[in-house]
Design a protein around this ligand. Structure first.
Ligand code: HEC
Ligand code: HEC
Length: 427
């Protein structure tokens, strides 16, 4: 090998190694702080008598997984509790999660928001949404019920709109935020009362109470009444006290450890909220990022002109598919997969041990188009490689969608929540 070339390769490998060492060092510094942060015990809630203050506090715990989300942010973490909302939504000015409508009032210009609804708080916005022409469009199109939830859009107040947003994200999709290629009809937001997030009714009321009273004005809390008027029944009927508002989610205050399986990592880190992954039961709903079939994708990515350009500009460093995957996880902004936005969370570098990162990359590298087709998992409409089902001409597979049973998901979740509490459903 020619001397100059050899030197540059050694240099590149060196840069990569230092990068990973830095990641590893970041992790060891950080670990002791989170060890003491044990998940809180579940609280039994009597929904008939619980105060709005308690509901709000419970809501904050479900959203952030901690009483001190700002402290967590200051430490460079993205506080996400079992509701997983902060994976996608921005709740604080200095929180990096701008993929989705911010749930605080942020005055940024947005061409998809001509009515300026994103400039007002979520509580104010909620009253206006059901009165818009876009809401009417959804009502008309989904008059016989939205497929995944069975719900027909019928919010008549701000509180009902917020409740509906959790049970049926497709009942109204904020303009500009739909999954690309779905004619503005499909939301990337998971259904919050279904697996794997699967909040109970009371937990959803708590989350909505938090959103409504964020400014401290408790008189705006209508969530419980809105839930009852929206569904036409009493909250918690048939179940006096519900186990709700557990502390941390399996996914919060956690680090991906050497001993974790790929399933545990995906659950802990919330990858499932954004990605579909073959072979992992919880990861069948994500619509924000690409289908993770890296055995097929990674090789092509590093050969692509877009990646070569980023390499020439010194932004990326991977020369093997495995390095590409690790780089994508710890430095996601360096290269943006064509067809997507820079929407991946940026804090995984502080949340993986090197061994866990390597294990996750090996697992993803084994996932291929063939495995995805077998499970009926397809690429998103915005992935430029196009549908797997079409290219493989396997029409019958459309009917063979792998439906994840509740038990399968529970197994996954309880695996990682040992030490915390299991999330019990009272209904
Ligand atoms: C995987 C990403 C993701 C997660 C996780 C997520 N959301 Fe969303 N959410 C979105 C997107 C994208 C939209 C905009 C599209 C739509 O209207 O459905 C949205 C819309 C909303 C809206 C309507 C906003 C408006 O301006 O009308 C509310 C309210 C909301 N989400 C609350 C929540 C809450 C509460 C949680 C946690 C329990 C949550 N979301 C979890 C992605 C997510
Ligand atoms: C908030 C949503 C979100 C979460 C959570 C998330 N990702 Fe991503 N991910 C994306 C988006 C969007 C892209 C495409 C844009 C880009 O390249 O950064 C992506 C890209 C990737 C890629 C490159 C895929 C390819 O085919 O080139 C890998 C690998 C990946 N993510 C792995 C993970 C893993 C592992 C986790 C959990 C530890 C995770 N992601 C969590 C949104 C997310």
């Amino acid at each position: 090998m020619e001397k100059g070339k050899k030197k540059s390769i050694i240099l590149k490998v060196g840069v990569w190694y230092v990068f990973i060492l830095a990641v590893f060092a970041g992790y060891t510094n950080w670990l002791p702080q989170i060890r003491g942060d044990a998940p809180e015990a579940a609280v039994a809630v009597d929904v008939a008598s619980v105060s709005v203050e308690d509901l709000k506090e419970m809501g904050a715990k479900i959203i952030f997984g901690t009483n001190d989300p700002e402290g967590a942010l200051a430490r460079g973490e993205n506080p996400a509790g079992k509701g997983q909302c902060p994976l996608c939504h921005q709740f604080f000015l200095d929180q990096k999660a701008d993929r989705c409508p911010n749930l605080i009032a942020l005055s940024t210009e947005n061409t998809a928001d001509p009515e300026g609804l994103l400039k007002i708080t979520e509580e104010q916005r909620s009253h206006k949404r059901p009165l818009t022409a876009v809401y009417d469009k959804f009502k008309t199109k989904l008059v016989s019920g939205e497929t995944n939830s069975g719900i027909t859009p019928h919010a008549r107040s701000g509180g009902e709109y917020l409740i509906e947003s959790e049970y049926c994200p497709n009942c109204f999709v904020v303009p500009g935020y739909a999954v690309k290629g779905t004619d503005d009809m499909v939301s990337p937001m998971p259904i919050i009362n279904k697996p794997p997030i699967e909040l109970t009714d009371t937990e959803i009321v708590a989350v909505v109470t938090f959103l409504q009273t964020r400014d401290g004005d408790m008189s705006k809390a209508t969530a419980k009444d809105s839930w009852e008027s929206y569904f036409g029944k009493k909250l918690g009927e048939g179940a006096k006290a519900e186990q709700a508002a557990g502390g941390a989610a399996p996914g919060s205050t956690t680090v991906a450890l050497d001993t974790d399986t790929p399933e545990q990592i995906v659950t802990k880190m919330g990858c499932f909220a954004c990605h579909k992954i073959p072979g992992i039961a919880v990861a069948k709903i994500g619509m924000v990022g690409p289908l993770l079939i890296e055995g097929t994708n990674a090789v092509n990515r590093i050969k692509s002109p877009e990646y070569k350009k980023a390499m020439a500009e010194g932004k990326v460093h991977a020369t093997t598919p495995k390095d590409y995957i690790m780089e994508s996880i710890v430095n996601p902004g360096a290269f943006i997969v064509p067809g997507f936005n820079d929407d991946m969370l940026k804090d995984f570098a502080t949340k993986f041990t090197f061994a866990a990162l390597s294990k996750m990359a090996d697992y993803l590298l084994e996932q291929t188009a063939e495995k995805a087709i077998k499970e009926g998992l397809d690429r998103l409409p915005n992935e430029k490689e196009g549908s797997l089902m079409k290219s493989a001409k396997v029409q019958t597979n459309q009917n063979k969608v792998h439906v994840v049973s509740k038990e399968e998901v529970r197994d996954q979740v309880s695996m990682v929540s040992k030490g915390g509490q299991n999330h019990k459903e009272a209904l």
